[in-house]
Structure formats: structure tokens, C-alpha cells
Write a protein that binds this ligand. Sequence first.
Ligand code: NAD
Ligand code: ZN
Length: 381
Amino acid sequence: MVSNTAGKIIRCKAAVAWEAGKPLVIEEVEVAPPQADEVRIKILFTSLCHTDVYFWEAKGQTPVFPRILGHEAGGIVESVGEGVTDLKPGDHVLPVFTGECKECQHCKSEESNMCDLLRINTDRGVMISDGKSRFSINGKPIYHFVGTSTFSEYTVVHVGCVAKINPAAPLDKVCVLSCGISTGLGATLNVAKPTKGSSVAIFGLGAVGLAAAEGARLAGASRIIGVDLNSKRFTEAKKFGVTEFVNPKDYDKPVQEVIAEMTNGGVDRSVECTGSLSAMISAFECVHDGWGVAVLVGVPNKDDAFKTHPINLLNERTLKGTFFGNYKPRSDLPSVVEMYMNKELELEKFITHEVPFSEINKAFEYMLKGESLRCIIRMPA
Ligand code: NAD
Ligand code: ZN
């Protein structure tokens, strides 16, 4: 099947971030055809993740503007560039902010998903093949974001950053697996690996943390302790299997001490999903000596430095970190979609809001107010 737009420039609507922290503006943009090893995708649904807000605010990050943000999405391949053999027009896909070239030492290692070629690069606003943007307005380039730029009706993505999924999967639900939910789920299932009956502390009960809790529930953890500064998160967290709650603000001692007292010396596993440096340190220091494993997921600020006494490591605690829950996007994401299709994994409970594309700025407001887990943005039909 070849679409009648293949090889041509497509004019469509995209939400452009012109300046840090200013509302996005829906503009008509030109999207160039995909070059070698690239695909052009018609986005049907996209959702807002904290990382988009981070780079839009550009407080602790390098500002790159004007830019088309967005990295959680579901869509359909419109056309493919030269050399693309494993995707074709009509395929249902999830674009991913980090890729899998399948050739480098990381892609060949069973332990890593940190592809040399397509690893996330938040400062790059262009395609890797020719250093150019595929988006423009009146000939002026508009920058890409983490290789995905899904706040556009059409986008161009490197084939290594595209997961082909079951065409029966509803894209308005599985689009959230493009980033946050898979990240939290994989952080627990692939990295922390709690055993049945164990205790797990989750720091940060946003979508990523609740997905980490969902992973703990699937792994059969018997105690799942949710830690958040916002007590409003606690009611919702029960739906995700969180059994106990701790708000660090309610205590006048460090939260790691509170957790150690609750668990006879510490939890078996902890997963940090806040981006806060103090939470990262607490998440590490609250695991049990001898066997405890802490996994960092939150994206820190540029100048943050992790500080703990080395004795905490000598006492046989393990500190790990993960990108995208250690999932290899092309090889592993289709099976996460199948977990949803088999009704093992529930995604509906993560989706708290939905807006049409014309109201995309509302999705930012919901997230900034801490009201939403995931807000689905519906692209025009
Ligand atoms: P979110 O803002 O919805 O949730 C974060 C939660 O953490 C909030 O409920 C907040 O109240 C809580 N929090 C903040 N500081 C805290 C502290 N000191 N102690 C306890 N709780 C605290 O964000 P999200 O979308 O769930 O994302 C969570 C983090 O994961 C972000 O930093 C995001 O950038 C990061 N992330 C990382 C990856 C990865 O691959 N490593 C992928 C996606 C997102
Ligand atoms: Zn690779």
C-alpha cells in the first residue's frame, strides 16, 4: 500500500512551543517526507508526560525553541524512507524517545537498552542522518523533541524509535505505553525485580510511580508503600495496589527512618519516580541492608549530585537506575501492549483526562496543578 502523500511535503497542524513556559500555539507546519531509515507517522492520539512539561519550562534544561514537543503517542505509518523494510504504510505504531538500532553493542547485549545510535538526546532538535529538521513554517525550521515530536498531526521518526504493535490494540489507550507507564512498570519488573511477598516503596505517585506500583502488584509484592508530598495522590493510589502511605511532611525525621521503622530495617525494593534529589537519596537509604535494591527513574536537574555515605553501599544495598524501564523499544514494547490486550495490565486507570488537540494547553494546566495522571490529546479526525 502506498499513500498518495508519499514523497510529498504534508501541510498539517502542529502545536509549536515558541518560547519557554508560554502556551503552545497551533500552527500550520510543513512536514518533509521521511529520508533514509525514517518513517512519517500520522499521529492519532498523544498524551502529556512530565518530561514534556520539563523541557517546555526549560528551567533546569537547555532551552531549544521553537520546538514541537510530545513523545507519548500512537499512530499509523503514512510512508517510509529508503531502506526501511520492517515497517510499511498502515502499520500501527508507538514512537519512542529512545531507540534500538539492533546493530550496536548495547542493542546486542541482553542487559542494556542504551542504544549507541538512538539513545535519548534531549538537546538535539534535528534528525541524526543529516542534522536537519523535517518541520518548517514558511521555510524556517522548527526543532524536534527527543526524536518524536508527537504534538503534530504528522511527524518524522527514525525507524529505530518506532515499535510496531498489534493493530487491534486501541491507540487511545496504549499510547501511554510510549513512555511513562512502560518506564514505571519496567523499573519494577525488569530492574527492581521484587519477589512474591516482598515489600516495595514507591517514591512519587504520579503516572510513572503508579505504573511502578502496578509492576509491584503484578510481581506479587505483599506491601507496597507509597511516598508522596501530595496527600491527594493517596486515594487514587489504592487502585494501583498501594497498601500504605507516607507523606514525608507529616514527620520531623527523614522519611528513610520512618520506612525503616515500619519495615523492621527497610524495604526489600524501592523505586524513585519523582525527579527530586532528596527523594532519590531517601529511596536508596530506605532499602534493607544485606539485599535491598533501589532504582532511580526520575529525571534530575542539571546540577544535581547524589550524596550518601559509602557505608550504605558496603552494607550490601544496591543502587540502580533505568531509562525506559530497561525495555528495548522495538523488541519489547509489543509484548507490553499484549499484557494490556490480555487484561493483565490495566491502562484505563492511568487515563484521567482527555482533550481535543485544539485544547492541548489544558493538558499542561492539569499536569501543573497535579490533577492529571495522563491526559489523552485527541488529534483531529
Ligand atoms: P508527576 O509529576 O506526575 O509525579 C511525580 C510525583 O512525585 C508527584 O505526585 C509529586 O508530588 C511527587 N514528589 C515530588 N517530590 C517528591 C519528594 N521529595 N518526595 C515524595 N514525592 C515527591 O511525574 P511523572 O510523569 O509520574 O514522572 C515522574 C518522573 O519520572 C519525572 O521526573 C519524569 O521526568 C521521570 N521519567 C523518567 C523516565 C526514565 O526513563 N528514567 C521516563 C519518563 C519519566
Ligand atoms: Zn543500538
